[in-house]
Design a protein around this ligand. Sequence first.
Ligand code: GDP
Ligand code: MN
Ligand code: MN
Ligand code: MN
Length: 248
Amino acid sequence: MHLFAVDGLPEIAAGDDLAALIDARVEFEDGDVLCVASTVVSKAEGRSYDYEDFEAGEWSRDIAARLESITGDEKDPRFAQAVIEESEELIVEAPFILAVTKFGHITVNAGIDRSNVPDGDLLLLPEDPSASAQRLSDALGVAVVVTDTSGRPFRYGQRGVAVGWAGMPASRDWRGEHDRDGRELGVTVQSVVDELAGAANLVAGEGDGGTPAVIVRDWEFGEHDGSENLFRDEEDDIVREALRDWEF
Ligand code: GDP
Ligand code: MN
Ligand code: MN
Ligand code: MN
């Protein structure tokens, strides 16, 4: 397996044909997987906004005031408003906003980003990252994973995760296969798109590298059972359930 960044991509703006810009810089081979940072997918899809585009309501003003008193930093209620509008649910409102996006991904601030956003104050995640991945996959003829940098519970540090994917299953099902002692695996469903996203995000970096697109080469999903589920269903998510009742 071999990963490399696509060099020379320009600053991406609303309306850019991201597939064409990548295609012009890569000789794709059969079986390649393109991992692309959600930031540039969002920019191409015109998901960049200003604070003025959001009108704070009572709820967002309340959240901003709480966050301000906890952190001591000034908080613009219109940011909280953007998070509310991008979310299905806010699981936690303080000391940070943990949101369920409309497409099912759970992350801080609904993934709304303020880094690498020259044309606006805020960059929202793509509306439907798997649909974005599918469009890129159709145009390029390879599997596509749309990534974002995200925190995780229990551990310090952020890492790349898959927020959308197309052209390959999300997970590889190992159940029914055997370990080295012949014991049958009973539970392991490996989130392959997250593992690719993590590796690609390491190559892409987090700063001014200008390398949002990473090619995974000489790796294949293989003839295995797969699953499309990555975002845990509400009814078997005990962590989400517990956090709803938690008060800071
Ligand atoms: P996120 O993880 O999707 O939030 O994206 P990041 O802001 O961490 O950026 C990931 C990579 O993409 C970094 O190498 C950035 O320098 C790069 N990047 C972000 N926006 C652009 C862009 O418009 N053009 C290019 N060429 N690179 C970008
Ligand atoms: Mn991001
Ligand atoms: Mn990042
Ligand atoms: Mn193990």
